[in-house]
Design a protein around this ligand. Structure first.
Ligand SMILES: Cc1cc2nc3c(=O)[nH]c(=O)nc-3n(C[C@H](O)[C@H](O)[C@H](O)COP(=O)(O)O)c2cc1C
Length: 173
């Protein structure tokens, strides 16, 4: 079984516990590293070709525009051949109630037939929002497993939650 962690995360100014704070490593990146470490598979970051502003309000506006337009958000090529992968741990922040458009673009670019997806997200209160339904609609031929949603401010303390969530994977592998 070949598995890989693929995620998008935006460092910079973010809203954490009701306050704006600068973070140098995004919350989803922290969670992705924990998952990668626990299952011992590589973690690859989806990097949009045009990066988002460090300024929270600007990033929020940009994301809203992209969502309303169902925009394609181009990203740097990943160093993995997805044809050779059967399981993807797919991570993203909740943006405007679902996954960011760079994830939507990535999903649209690949054939997910018979692949297994373990979704994980970080958020500031809305957990997965509609992202699981959106994922099912975007990849109807994939097997989508139960996801893990962690509040951004709690990612540093999420080891037990990650371990627990990964039991379903470890029992299969
Ligand atoms: C553009 C934008 C939109 C967001 N929309 C939501 C939202 O709809 N619901 C929510 O709970 N959190 C929302 N958040 C908060 C992020 O989901 C949360 O801070 C997340 O942990 C950020 O992950 P990252 O640091 O990996 O980018 C939003 C943040 C940004 C920057």
């Amino acid at each position: 079984m070949t598995a890989v962690v693929i995620y998008f995360s935006r460092p910079g100014e973010n809203y954490i516990n009701g306050r704006k704070q600068m973070i140098s490593v995004g919350n989803t990146a922290v969670l992705a590293e924990k998952i990668s470490h626990q299952v011992d598979v590589a973690a690859l970051q989806l990097s949009p070709k045009l990066s988002y502003s460090d300024n929270y309000d600007e990033a929020v506006q940009q994301a809203e525009k992209e969502k309303k337009a169902s925009a394609r958000v181009e990203y740097e090529a990943l160093s993995v051949d997805l044809e050779q992968v059967d399981t993807v741990f797919l991570g993203f922040p909740n943006w405007w109630g679902t996954y960011p458009q760079v994830i939507a673009t990535f999903l649209a670019d690949h054939d997910w037939t018979n692949k297994v997806i373990y979704p994980f997200c970080t958020h500031e209160g809305s957990a997965f929002g509609s992202s699981i339904q959106d994922l099912q609609a975007a990849c109807p031929k994939a097997e989508i497993k139960t996801g893990l949603a962690v509040r951004g401010s709690k990612v540093a303390r999420s080891d037990a939650a990650v371990k627990n969530w990964l039991l379903a994977y470890s029992n299969k592998a």
